[in-house]
Design a protein around this ligand. Structure first.
Ligand code: SF4
Ligand code: SF4
Length: 154
């Protein structure tokens, strides 16, 4: 009997945890929408190496961040992680390699991590070519579909 009580308690805590997580997610969505950010990764992490960051002389990441997740705080770049959408813009514009590190999980579960502009560019190129590839596949599911369309033009 006592066990049953414990398990129902566990369920209540689980429910409370889930509802607070949902509230946090919807608040985050609202905040991001107000900043006109519509595409974002829900899971990820970001860190900035304070020892290598050029801070005051730079601030490029703060200017580039589309969701205002970065700000100037007591001589360092501060991060509001709830606002970060893990887009990688800060890594792309950082003047120091391996200073900003971003990891994110895609909707298909794949995890991507990058800390250098070149890695972000390569990643964007590969995402764009995957998108182009799947677009072509939608238009031309097989050789016949391709020939059917282009024979007419030839
Ligand atoms: S990854 Fe960087 S630029 Fe993108 S939202 Fe997060 S802090 Fe801003
Ligand atoms: S862009 Fe890089 S070096 Fe410049 S302030 Fe941001 S983290 Fe520091």
């Amino acid at each position: 009997m006592a066990r049953k009580k414990e398990s129902s308690k566990g369920d209540i805590f689980q429910l409370l945890l889930e509802s607070s997580e949902q509230r946090k997610k919807s608040k985050r969505k609202q905040l991001l929408e107000s900043l006109n950010v519509k595409e974002f990764f829900e899971e990820g992490s970001i860190s900035i190496n304070e020892r290598t960051c050029q801070g005051l002389e730079c601030e490029l990441c703060i200017k580039a961040c589309p969701s205002k997740a970065l700000y100037w705080r007591d001589g360092n770049v501060g991060i509001i992680e709830d606002l970060c959408v893990y887009c990688g813009a800060c890594v792309l514009c950082c003047i120091v390699d391996d200073c900003v590190k971003v990891s994110r999980r895609r909707f298909d579960g794949k995890v991507e991590s990058f800390s250098r502009p070149r890695a972000v560019v390569l990643l964007f190129n590969s995402i764009n070519s995957q998108r182009r590839h799947s677009r072509v596949e939608t238009l031309f599911p097989d050789d016949d579909a391709y020939l059917k369309r282009y024979r007419k033009l030839g």
